[in-house]
Design a protein around this ligand. Structure first.
Ligand code: GRF
Length: 216
């Protein structure tokens, strides 16, 4: 099988990276992780890549005079690794418009809300403050505008009355770990297409049923 080459950009814990590494360990998974880049030298997530014998690069943003120079260094590593797809997974740097345009339609992100609700940071605080009964996560294509860009896949979870940002984050994160590998698989299988700024699918079954919160 000719596998899609994926690079993952992280800044910290790396639990989504770990989920992608675990998914890619299956022989029939259509993507392989060829490189993990962190802008934080000691990022815990780098350990998952080292354990799986995946090439890593620590590129501390502080070593560069400008955002553009930092992005150019990342771009060089991505191209040297032959990356077909870039997955942002808890990558906490804003990428320059030029970099995003270069990788547009080949770069995706996971965000812990049902976009377009609750962009930016403190997402679970926002969801709780808004009083929504359902939240979730979104994998979307990256465009220059932060946390915008066409959604590819979403998963929903209930928000409980007594949730704290931490308990809600944990419930959402569990689904991120399933959603991100699913989205990468669909892309690698050529089943995701952009059409008029929206994602359409080839040969993907529609979801059934509904999540009620509170339950019926
Ligand atoms: C995740 O919640 C992701 O949605 C957000 O940052 C967090 C990263 O967690 N963008 P991890 O580093 O993958 O564990």
């Amino acid at each position: 099988m000719n596998k899609m080459k994926v690079a993952v950009l992280i800044s910290g814990r790396g639990s989504n990276l770990k989920a992608l590494i675990d998914a890619a360990a299956a022989p029939d998974y259509p993507a392989e992780i060829v490189l993990v880049i962190s802008n934080v030298a000691g990022a815990a997530g780098l350990g998952f890549a080292l354990d799986a014998r995946i090439a890593t690069a620590a590129i501390p943003h502080g070593d560069f005079a400008s955002r553009e120079e930092f992005d150019a260094a990342i771009d060089m590593r991505l191209r040297a690794a032959g990356a077909d797809l870039v997955c942002l997974a808890g990558f906490m740097r804003i990428l320059s418009d030029g970099f995003v345009r270069k990788w547009q339609e080949r770069m995706i992100n996971v965000h812990p809300s049902l976009l377009p609700s609750f962009k930016g940071t403190e997402v679970h605080e926002q969801a709780i403050a808004a009083g929504v009964r359902i939240s979730g996560c979104t994998v979307h294509y990256v465009i220059p505008e932060l946390d915008e860009g066409p959604p590819i896949a979403q998963a929903a979870v209930p928000v409980h009355v007594h949730d704290t940002p931490e308990t809600l984050a944990a419930r959402v994160l569990e689904q991120e770990h399933k959603l991100y590998p699913l989205a990468v698989r669909l892309i690698a299988e050529g089943r995701v297409q952009l059409y008029n700024g929206r994602v359409i699918f080839n040969d993907v079954a529609d979801a059934n049923g509904a999540l009620f919160s509170p339950p019926l």
